[in-house]
Design a protein around this ligand. Structure first.
Ligand code: SRM
Ligand code: SF4
Length: 567
């Protein structure tokens, strides 16, 4: 049904494939020369070609941009593959050890429910990768032109079907894994057996020789909570539940957020609702959608290579037809569903099985110790002593699950000793905010994000108080460039890095994260944020309908009288 030949129809006539396509073609096991460079103590980095293969292994090569004045200090970022964001207590402890020993002593929860290690030097890379694999976790396909970490609703109290949905996320993750043995040979066994030979003949059964034109992302949501931002994924599954039965999933295709400033060929897009499938159809539908991307994505331009452009340009009906032809059956009509909210449920809550879970706010996902706040130490102690399961959320927070009722006091006490509150963890806007890492680790950052966001939120808290809006929840997101890693285009207010200290100000996303926002003002300097927002907050405060959120007021009032700027 699904063949692995890439479709020549897909390439725009006359344009050559990108450099990455040639690299994959020549080393389809994705081995490159990684192992020989890894074993060479005299070099501090990999070649540019091998860097492209490293990504498929979950590794990014970059440098600390704070140190550039004295030349480049090479370092690595390693991203885990943790479908649904779940780790055991032992795995959490192993990750905490790795962060102390080989990285910059922080763990970074990502917006796709994984962990990243930052600041790893080359000599630490091999041991770190081995330790991750020893802990029964992996980093394979956490990056690269393949299916990325599959997201799934993490909050235990939301639905009786949550564990089944999590299992389905793991099933899809496994079914879409690349099959090359290179990852295992390089990072686990430390010897390449016959990869050079295999590169002449290897063809991945699903991905073919050249994998996908670009990354591919899958998420599972359980209404009414859209905590995974399902519409921003290449492929989204929305659980349809009756009583405590999972009937199946509505399928959403063609979401994605990355864009480049000033390039109209690139844009954020929310996915289209395609139809309904049963749980038994999940794997073949996932493979079907992925292979349409494989065969029709633009391999001549990596900025235009995501599935969203195939669907936008060829049309949803064309896509449905192509998918149904591959499947050999028609999708059922989508079933009714409604999202009302995104984000996490903070503090202590009872699970459906009578145990408890605790959701902790982790500002911008960074688990670290500071002089006033020892989150990393506290978490390590709590996990070691009480052994909860740990779940990472798409809003960069952390949930401790399966806590026995009698353990709650001990956990509260340990966190309090390290100045971590388990209830009333912050203002509503702070708890609803996320920011990408940006400087100094991200090579693509145009401005600060994670490092300035806490202070920006403090100033916006002040502004809300000044305009009689204290305590109001507004979803605010920041990124250091337009790639969209903190999903800014879904936020009620977003700051998207344009240049050092300058941001594009986007307004008008909604609470359920189903609507794209629009550009309101360009090149807003960090210290101009209050003056840009003050008049809007004042009007919103006096003009809002009862219970109306800021993003909805923007949509109802502001966009009727102001034409959004061109991005
Ligand atoms: Fe991302 C690239 C960080 C989620 C869109 N992203 C990057 C890189 C690897 C920079 C690079 O290529 O050199 C960033 C590493 C920064 C660092 O120092 O750690 C980076 N992206 C992140 C994370 C860590 C942000 C965070 O705050 O948690 C997220 C890791 C998720 C994970 O565990 O897999 C992360 N990135 C996203 C998302 C949100 C999502 O997937 O839900 C998006 C928008 C959705 C989408 O894909 O359309 C996103 N990242 C991008 C893009 C733009 C892709 C595009 O289609 O144009 C890039 C640039 C690229 O790929 O060339 C990028
Ligand atoms: Fe880097 Fe841009 Fe992603 Fe932020 S949004 S992590 S600056 S690529």
């Amino acid at each position: 049904m699904i063949n692995s030949e890439n479709n020549p129809e897909a390439a725009p006539v006359g344009k050559p494939p990108t450099r990455n396509e040639g690299l994959k073609e020549n080393s389809p096991t994705l081995s490159g020369n990684i192992l020989s460079t890894l074993n060479d103590p005299n070099v501090d980095r990999f070649s540019e070609d091998d860097y492209e293969f490293l990504k498929f292994h979950g590794i990014y090569q970059g440098d600390d941009r704070d140190l550039r004045k004295t030349g480049k200090t090479y370092q690595f970022m390693i991203r885990g593959r943790l479908p649904g964001g779940i780790v055991t207590a032992d795995q959490y402890i192993a990750f905490d050890d790795i962060a102390c020993r080989y990285a910059n002593n922080t763990l970074r929860i990502t917006t796709r429910q994984s962990f990243q290690f930052h600041g790893v030097v080359k000599s630490g890379l091999g041991p770190l990768m081995k330790k991750i694999n020893d802990s029964m976790c992996s980093t394979i396909a956490a990056c690269g032109d393949v299916n990325r970490n599959v997201m799934a609703a993490p909050t235990p109290a939301t639905s009786p079907v949550i564990e089944l949905v999590q299992q389905h996320a793991r099933d899809v993750s496994n079914a879409l894994l690349p099959q090359s043995k290179a990852y295992h040979q390089i990072w686990v066994e430390g010897v390449e057996l016959n990869l050079a030979e295999e590169n002449k003949t290897f063809v991945d059964p699903l991905y073919g020789k050249t994998y996908l034109p670009r990354k591919f992302k899958v998420a599972f949501a359980i209404p009414p909570l859209n905590d995974v931002d399902v519409f921003t994924n290449d492929l989204g599954f929305v659980a349809i539940v009756e009583g405590d039965q999972l009937l199946g999933y509505n399928v959403i295709v063609g979401g994605g957020l990355g864009m480049s400033h000033g390039n109209a060929q690139t844009y954020p897009r929310v996915g289209d609702l395609l139809g309904f499938i049963t749980p038994e159809q999940l794997i073949e539908v996932s493979k079907g959608v992925l292979t349409v991307h494989r065969d029709f994505g633009d391999r001549t331009n990596r900025k235009h290579a995501r599935l969203k452009y195939v669907i936008e340009e060829r049309g949803v009906e064309w896509f449905r037809n192509e998918l149904e032809t591959r499947l050999g059956y028609k999708l059922e009509t989508a079933r009714p569903y409604k999202f009302t909210k995104q984000g996490d449920q903070y503090g202590w809550h009872k699970q459906l099985d009578g145990k408890y879970f605790l959701t902790l706010f982790v500002e911008n996902g960074r688990i670290k110790d500071t002089e006033t706040w020892q989150l990393k130490t506290a978490l390590r102690k709590v996990v070691a002593e009480f052994r909860p399961e740990v779940r990472l959320t798409p809003s960069q927070n952390l949930i401790l699950t399966n806590v026995q009722p009698e353990q709650r006091d001990g956990i509260n006490k340990l966190f309090a000793e390290h100045k971590i509150a388990t209830e009333n963890q912050g203002s509503a806007i702070r708890l609803a905010s996320i920011a990408c890492p940006a400087l100094p680790t991200c090579g693509l950052a145009l401005s600060e994000s994670e490092r300035v966001m806490p202070e920006v939120i403090t100033r916006i808290e002040g502004l809300l108080a000044e305009t009689n809006l204290a305590g109001e929840e507004i979803v605010i997101r920041m990124t250091g460039c337009p790639n969209g890693c903190a999903r800014p285009y879904m936020a009620e207010i977003a700051f998207v890095g344009r240049a050092p200290n300058k941001y594009q100000l986007y307004l008008g996303g909604n609470e359920a994260s189903t609507r794209l926002n629009k550009l309101f003002k360009e090149n807003v300097k960090n210290d101009e944020i209050e003056s840009a927002l003050r008049p809007l907050f004042s009007r919103y405060s006096s003009e809002r309908a009862s219970g109306e959120r800021f993003g909805d007021w923007v949509e109802r009032v502001l966009w009727k009288e102001t034409v959004p700027a061109q991005s």
